[in-house]
Write a protein that binds this ligand. Structure first.
Ligand SMILES: Nc1ncnc2c1ncn2[C@@H]1O[C@H](COP(=O)(O)OP(=O)(O)OP(=O)(O)O)[C@@H](O)[C@H]1O
Length: 501
């Protein structure tokens, strides 16, 4: 049947817990949802149900996701459900939209400063001003520290204490990092640019310090949904609080066991504390896992059961809904090369027994690990493609290093012999670029740089008060943003696989 679904039809096909989440009354709702339990279904259906019953208008909904892709997925699902006008955006995209709209008012008609796509260049410059010669890796590590600090609402002078409290492992002495951080802010200001954290600060500043802006924003947005709430950082929470302005029509969805961005300042503390902070919150647990076999779900439960501390309170025991499958085979290897060789051998075995290579996936946690796996797969003559990243031996820096090595080793006979042996080993098998694709880390999100340009200092530099930030114990949130003008790679830069805007 075509056409726009009715509210009742939006409820059909939901399980009882999803239904409870969808029909929960206006007010704070906390959906604790394990992987594959239909959380996207629950939140999109909740928005659609409320819109179709006339309780809310889609135009007044702001749904915040962590990636541009998730936002697009949400918009597509909402369109199918007949909920129109909803803004589904990342925090950064929503902040950018707000700043663009209010720029004439907030910036006295001046253009927005340009948004830095990458912190690297300015961090390197700032480091040299602070007497640190930072190569690419060091600049990236420094940028990560700066990003963490800014996302945690930590100012340069506060960095050493905050870093110690958060058991960070800074790339240099904390005082030196603080110096680079301060120099970075200075260089950035001098260049008339802002970074991704500044963009969020700008939106906070715009709302907190300008009652007319706050009123207009809050008239527009009345109902809020935040996806992946376990990965929100103090700066994002501050912006959410500014949007809310004390109102409570907020649905958050998350899973404390899936927190993956603590190193960038994200904290599951907001999710964990949500039911305590909002006593009237409806809490719904989605535990039916529709994606995996009971065997895989059982293994996941066994791992999650190890969680201790605050996360353990919100631990979800998932129940697999799919027909049974094979038992997972857990093997432990002494080191990474041995593990990669073991994985490659298993792939070879599967292919030999008739499994098409395209049906085999090898997942690893970070792009840096691809080298070991690519070498092992090439060695075992298993055809592969790398998804979401360049093949190791095709990366510019690796090609450069290989050329340099080749030049160095060819100057001696033993070097020539070594080179012939090693290049045979590391060369991927012929034709592999077009072969099936097992190795699949997540892509590092390409971020588009919206064009902004320079602005005034005095009002932006005012420090908004700390009053509205709700802070969980572990947040590391010491201060509010000093100004919204301050810095590097988009949020969670080089280390972050999710695209923001
Ligand atoms: N009530 C249901 N009945 C049958 N299948 C369902 C139900 N709810 C969700 N699913 C299926 O489970 C899968 C996961 O759903 P969805 O994408 O909404 O979950 P998710 O929790 O957002 O996923 P993720 O783990 O990626 O966050 C989809 O294939 C969806 O069709």
């Amino acid at each position: 049947m075509g056409g726009i679904p009715s509210a009742d039809r939006v409820l059909s096909g939901l399980d009882p817990e999803q239904c409870a989440a969808v029909t929960a009354p206006a007010g704070p709702v906390c959906i604790l949802a394990g992987a594959g339990t239909g959380k996207t279904r629950a939140i999109t259906h909740r928005i659609a149900y409320r819109a179709l019953t006339g309780e809310i208008s889609g135009r007044h909904v702001l749904a915040v996701t962590f990636t541009a892709r998730a936002a697009a997925e949400m918009r597509a699902r909402l369109a199918v459900l007949g909920a129109s006008g909803v803004q589904a955006r990342t925090f950064h995209s929503a902040a950018l939209r707000l700043m663009r709209y209010f720029a004439p008012r907030l910036l006295d008609g001046r253009a927005m400063p340009e948004l830095l796509e990458s912190k690297a260049r300015l961090v390197t410059l700032a480091a040299s001003r602070a007497g640190v010669r930072a190569d690419r890796t060091a600049a990236r590590d420094l940028a990560s520290e700066i990003e963490w600090a800014k996302s945690s609402l930590v100012e340069p002078a506060e960095y050493p204490v905050a870093a110690a409290k958060s058991t960070r492992e800074p790339p240099y002495e904390p005082a030196k990092v603080a110096e680079v951080f301060a120099a970075y802010e200075h260089v950035k200001r001098a260049n008339g640019v802002i970074d991704f954290e500044d963009l969020l600060r700008a939106a906070v500043w715009g709302i907190e310090e300008h009652p007319d802006v706050a009123e207009q924003v809050r008239t527009q947005y009345r109902h809020f949904v935040v996806d992946e709430y376990q990965d929100v950082n103090p700066l994002q929470q501050r912006l959410l609080d500014a949007w809310l302005g004390g109102r409570e029509d907020l649905t958050v969805v998350g899973d404390a066991s899936q927190t993956i961005y603590s190193f960038t300042g994200a904290t599951s503390g907001y999710l964990i504390d949500f039911p305590r902070q909002r006593r009237n919150a409806v809490v719904v647990r989605l535990v039916r896992d529709y994606r995996s076999t009971p065997q895989v779900v059982g293994l996941a439960n066994a791992v999650i059961r190890q969680a201790r501390g605050a996360e353990a309170r919100l631990r979800l025991e998932l129940v697999g809904q799919r027909p049974p499958g094979p038992e997972p085979d857990l093997r432990i290897f002494p080191d990474e090369p041995a593990e990669a060789a073991g994985v490659a051998a298993r792939c070879r075995q599967l292919i030999a027994s008739g499994t098409p290579a395209r049906e085999i996936a090898v997942l690893f946690r970070t792009n840096a690990q691809s080298e070991a796996y690519e070498e092992a797969l090439a060695e075992a003559e298993v055809p592969y493609v790398v998804q979401g990243a360049e093949r190791f031996f095709e990366r510019a820096e690796v090609r450069q290093a290989v050329l340099a090595l080749r030049a160095a080793t060819r100057s001696t006979p033993s070097g020539r012999r070594w080179w012939r042996r090693s290049s045979r080993r590391s060369r991927p098998p012929a034709g592999s670029a077009t072969s099936p694709r097992p190795v699949a880390p997540r892509a590092s999100g390409g971020r588009r740089s919206p064009h902004l340009s320079r602005s005034r200092r005095s009002t932006w530099a005012r420090r908004p008060s700390c009053r509205s930030a709700r802070r969980p114990r572990s947040s590391g949130c010491h201060r509010s943003p000093t100004s919204w003008r301050s810095s590097s790679d988009g949020p969670h830069s080089s280390t972050r696989p999710r695209s923001k805007v």
